[in-house]
Ligand binder design. Structure first.
Ligand code: 5RP
Length: 225
């Protein structure tokens, strides 16, 4: 199986965790896309009754087209389960997310969810976080100053750009600064530093947040809890 097939495998498998009547957080990304497709099929063909809470405009569009009923995070008093992808998961179950620039809504939905399930192909499982650039969402005003501060601190920042070379805007009209760190020795200390910087809206370190991971392997989906 290639990487896309592994993503499809775990995306489809994860829908087994969604039970009738649940309020479900729907993540973002190419792996989640397979999950949402399968959920849409179950809603349509099997009458599965769920409410989805989406984490990006892209997922909201897909879910709406599939007929999955949606509410915003502010319209529900709880979320039973959120299923999302990840860019890296370390041996101690910490994660980097935000490769799809949806980290802010993803973290809001994850924080308000009773359980979080991540779905990844095996290439995302690492010993230590940091090879994947760590996304930091910043408001545009003053973002060059934050960039300079990150540079002085040796965090190797780069503004995320679109294909046409312009700066990428998130669903909340913010910028993403990616930190090219190579290795993150102390994710909690880094998370603490980042969130204290004025103008930083959120960062892609998702720490102490996930309950279950489904890893797509050549031998089949492996469930880690
Ligand atoms: C989006 C994310 C995604 O979940 C993450 O980038 C994984 O994406 P993919 O399933 O396409 O590999 O955090 O902000």
């Amino acid at each position: 199986m290639n990487q896309t097939e592994l993503k499809k495998l775990v995306g489809q498998k994860s829908v087994d965790w969604i039970k009738d009547g649940m309020i479900v957080g729907l993540g973002t990304g190419s792996t989640v896309k397979f999950m949402v497709d399968e959920l849409g099929r179950k809603v349509k063909e099997e009458g599965l009754n769920v409410v989805g809470v989406t984490t990006s405009n892209v997922t909201a569009k897909q879910a709406t087209e599939l007929g999955i009923p949606l509410k915003s995070v502010d319209e529900v008093d709880h979320i039973d389960l959120t299923i999302d992808g990840a860019d890296e998961i370390s041996a101690d179950f910490q994660g980097i997310k935000g490769g799809g620039a949806a980290l802010l809504f993803e973290k809001i939905v994850a924080t308000n969810s009773k359980k979080n399930l991540w779905i990844v192909d095996e290439s995302k499982m690492v010993e230590t976080l940091g090879a994947f650039p760590l996304p930091v969402e910043v408001i545009p005003y003053g973002s060059q100053r934050i960039f300079d501060r990150f540079e002085e601190k040796g965090l190797n920042p780069s503004f995320r750009k679109k294909a046409d070379g312009g700066l990428l805007l998130t669903d909340s009209d913010n910028y993403i600064i990616d930190l090219h760190l190579g290795r993150i020795e102390d994710p909690h200390a880094l998370a603490d530093y980042l969130i204290k910087q004025v103008g930083v809206v959120e960062h892609g370190l998702f720490l102490d947040r996930v309950n279950t991971v489904i890893v797509g392997k050549q031998t089949g989906p492996e469930v880690l809890e």
